[in-house]
Design a protein around this ligand. Structure first.
Ligand code: ZN
Length: 134
């Protein structure tokens, strides 16, 4: 794993949270993007080498709705950048970790992503992400 690519934070409303994080980080949101397969809107902020990804539900079946119902707004996942996502998934599978999605899938921000099951990672949802043109 190369570095922490971003932290994902679940929020109820972008109209409230984007201005809030712009004020907090003293930078502007550089991109918003909808991931239709997950019914999630994403908003990105660059902070040094890492990013903050705000996550808002874009539909009633969104995982973000379920997350906020259970835990409230807050930290949703930690994303690590990897150079070879399939290789890294094989390494982790051998080490006993399981995945929410068995195959890497298209995520936001031009990335292939996969999520580790939080039951084996002390309750923290872990995302692996790889730049698509690698
Ligand atoms: Zn993410």
């Amino acid at each position: 794993m190369k570095k922490i690519d971003h932290l994902g934070i679940a929020v109820k409303k972008f109209s409230v949270s984007i201005p809030l994080f712009e004020k907090l980080l003293n930078t502007t949101c550089y991109k918003t993007e909808t991931v239709n397969s997950e019914q999630v809107n994403t908003a990105f902020f660059e902070i040094g080498e890492s990013k903050i990804e705000l996550l808002e539900a874009s539909g009633p079946e969104s995982v973000i709705n379920k997350f906020i119902e259970k835990k409230g707004e807050g930290l949703h996942h930690i994303a690590f950048e990897v150079t070879d996502i399939e290789k890294e998934m094989k390494r982790l599978a051998k080490a006993g970790f399981t995945f929410v999605n068995e195959q890497p899938k298209e995520g936001a921000d031009n990335k292939m992503v996969c999520f580790l099951h939080p039951k084996e990672t002390n309750g923290v949802l872990i995302e692996l992400c790889m730049e698509k043109n690698n």
